[in-house]
Ligand binder design. Sequence first.
Ligand code: GLP
Length: 234
Amino acid sequence: MNWESFDSYPSLAARAAEILLAAIRRDPRAVLGLPTGRTPIGMYERVVAECSRRYHCFRDVTTFNLDEYAGIPSDHPGSYRTFMKRHLFDHVDLEPQNNHIPRGYAPDLAAECARYEDEIRAAGGLGVTFLGLGENGHIAFNEPGTPFDSRTHVVALSEETRRANAESFAGSVPTHAITMGIGTILDSVSIVLLASGANKRAAIERLRAGQTGADFPAGALWLHADVTVLAAVC
Ligand code: GLP
């Protein structure tokens, strides 16, 4: 595991953007796994700023988001599709058919999970996947206890996670979500974990200490050969 520590959020965001842009430069047809949450916002800002100067950045790129809330329409203000439109999709030349997010409003959520796995496979698998980190160590919406070989599935969100994400919802935070499984994420060619803020310090310390039990989802990253952790948690 490669560790890079930063003394500020802007420097972490700049480094994350540099890694993302380098991946696209290396392979203009890159398949990226993308996160939501507060942490990646600075990365997206920098990527958008850079790509407005360099036309065609995302023309042949394919993206798969890690997760989406269940039971809300994709244009709901709190949905991850709305987040991605606001922070990335509306500002770069990514083809609409090439950005993928689980459909949390699908009538058959189990079928939607299987379809999402098929889409990832059909795209040739995930190249670089960027992850945020929950305070309890969750990655995407894989809460503690999720098997490390899990595939895309429906989850009941923990009270802690619902509280942490409440600001995007006026009152009623969804109770369920669709998330890539830990096994789906581990199939990426490489993984970049972003963690910023004092509230993530404990989870980063558990990761650095090498915890690999199922009660700590991020610990699964020790099973992968190419993981970079970008941390600004002091
Ligand atoms: C949500 C997302 C995760 C994200 C986490 C941390 O639970 N589903 O993918 O990593 O929030 O978010 P933040 O970056 O806002 O702390």
